[in-house]
Design a binder for this molecule. Structure first.
Ligand SMILES: N[C@@H](CCC(=O)N[C@@H](CS)C(=O)NCC(=O)O)C(=O)O
Length: 222
């Protein structure tokens, strides 16, 4: 298996899943600030030009949510097979995939990249705070995000909570969400989380957000 990786939240979900499953894929770094997500070779794997993506037995799978579901089903782990438990796990998994992730991304965009729209800044800072409040209430009542057992909802969330201090810096990061913080500490205590976190030190990615990076990541502005 090949895993296409960058040290950003969605790829870290896949890093944790891989480490939880004890797999040893080839990790292929794709430097998005250099524009490597737009090469023909990478577009053949992910036509959406974003990370993460995998190739497994010749099958390309892209989008972090799709990859987690694919691996959970393939290995029969981290997703209840049917019934109410599956419904509960999938509800929270998609709450992360279609809520926490996109709203975190837009919050960063409108608090750090384009700060000239008060409307957008207000909308996304408030929406990410609202999403974290929903999470905090859930984690005050449930052992794990997706139910009584650790699963893909937790694995997906970990990728984004790692970045919460940055995403919500002006709002105090996780300090307003004690149940999310306690959950994060519990996931970080898992050996797989430590191993997945180490993926960050395996590669050196470009740090500057220069014009090449802006053109590669926000092409709609040029
Ligand atoms: N829905 C996609 C979103 C992927 C995504 O936005 N990835 C970011 C990193 S977290 C990326 O590749 N950004 C580079 C770019 O947009 O050019 C997923 O969950 O995999």
């Amino acid at each position: 298996m090949k895993v296409y990786f960058h040290t950003t939240p969605n790829p870290f979900k896949v890093a944790l899943m891989i480490e939880e499953l004890g797999l040893a894929p080839e990790i292929v770094p794709i430097d998005t600030r250099k524009g490597e997500q737009h090469t023909a070779d990478f577009l053949a794997v992910n036509p959406n030009a974003k990370l993460p993506a995998i190739e497994d037995d010749g099958q390309a799978v892209f989008d972090s949510g799709a990859i987690l579901l694919y691996l959970a089903q393939k290995h029969g782990q981290f997703l209840p097979a049917e019934g109410a438990a599956m419904g509960e796990m999938l509800s929270w998994f998609f709450f992360v995939s279609s809520g926490i992730g996109p709203y975190s991304g837009q919050c960063v965009h409108f608090t750090r990249v384009h700060t000239d729209s008060d409307y957008a800044t207000n909308r996304y800072t408030k929406e990410i705070a609202r999403h974290y409040k929903v999470l905090d209430e859930r984690l005050g009542k449930s052992e794990w995000l997706g139910g009584p057992d650790y699963g893909i909802a937790d694995i997906a969330l970990w990728g984004w909570v790692r970045a919460a201090g940055f995403v919500m810096e002006s709002q105090g990061g996780l300090s307003n969400y004690p149940n999310v913080q306690a959950w994060f500490d519990k996931v970080n205590a898992r050996p797989a989380a430590a191993k997945a976190g180490d993926w960050a030190s395996k590669f050196e990615f470009k740090a500057e957000m220069d014009e090449t990076a802006m053109r590669a990541m926000f092409p709609q502005n040029f």
